[in-house]
Design a protein around this ligand. Sequence first.
Ligand code: GAP
Length: 449
Amino acid sequence: MEEIVSLCKRRGFVFQSSEIYGGFASCWDYGPLGAELKRNVKNAWWRAVVQERDDMVGLDSSILMHPKIWEASGHIATFNDPLVDCKTCKSRFRADHLDTTPCPQKSSKMAGQAEPCALTEARLFNLMFKTHVGPVDRDDDSNVAYLRPETAQGIFVNFPNVLTTSRKKLPFGIAQIGKAFRNEITPGNFTFRTREFEQMEIEYFCRPEDAPRLHEEWIQARYQWYLDLGMKRENLSLRPHEKDELAHYAQSAESTGTTDIEYQFPFMDKPAELEGIANRADFDLSQHAKFSGQKLTYFDQANNEHITPYVIEPSAGADRATLAFLVDAYHEEEVKEGDTRVVLKFHPQLAPVKVAILPLAKNKAPIVEVAQRLRGDLAKKMVAQYDDTAGIGKLYRRQDEIGTPYCVTVDFDTVEKDNAVTVRDRDTMQQERIALDQVKNYLLDKLDV
Ligand code: GAP
């Protein structure tokens, strides 16, 4: 964990939020490379689940919504975690996580001498952040709103809008990426569990009898997405939820439950959830129909009937996926005896920088000119970085450490002899001489961006 956190900070992937003020608990900011990486993760998801499919459309709904939505969705009544306090050390815990985050009083090396921990009875704590809308500063709850704890509800309440405007037929899905907020009792493990995070969610609407099959298909499709982007199979697993851990919307007899895609982070003792794929049956559309008084049904022409569709929901965390891709890509390798390198072996689609242009002599005008022109040309198609601030060996190591798939060196031969450059592959470290006018196509072909 320390190595990853330190690399993230040193190279500008992730910074502690509000650092100059001493930080703000469990909040993180993505630096220049982290912002590119996370954007690439989200783009890869959007491309795979919206743009490449004919049965999916996108949405971008607002974070603040009518408070009745959270009554209808069950979040006001049931989106609670059990909270316990230790009266001795004044710490707070989730009662259901006591095995993984024990009271420090209990686990303290001084335990022998310390007072025993004294836990209170568990009480329920609602995880939604409350705020007030409008300029009035009132104590009453008449203008209360909530920061959404999941993006899903923005999709459910837009179901009729999307249905009429897109004219999709069942089965079809709506995807959205956006911020969600939860006042977690025990955030932690770097960006894994935070109070502000981003979700990538799909609500896939279908006929009730098709739900079990489509649930299974989505589990496989989403699992495959992580593999396609280079995640190691041995670190991924699928885990169906036990009955007693199912969220309120997946508890009905009609639901086929929830299966999590889990990742074995090196700093956790067991695999942890990256994404949950739930069968929410008709829970949400029925609830919103009831609370709003609107018709949220689908007219099935073939069978001449109005039905409330069932919903399969693959719900992923953009921050968790980003962290998992980062951890998974991290390698320390011995290059030759006694010489090691750190290399992030990102899939080319995810790599924050696709190519680095390295002039071999930073003061030779013809070399600099060619190198800068090449960077400018490549930058129209991919993130291309120019670096002349060290010797070539060090520049290569720097790019390896941030996962840049290709480095292009412009040297004396380029301008004096062959009008070609050296392209170095991050993983094999093999070098190839490529004609200048072929470099762009060569890279586009290899990178598939
Ligand atoms: N709409 C369903 C839903 O929200 P969830 O399992 O509670 O389901 C979905 O959340 C995903 O959102 C999780 O798999 C995880 O990747 C991400 N997520 C949830 N809580 C999070 C937190 N506190 N910090 C970071 N990511 C979180």
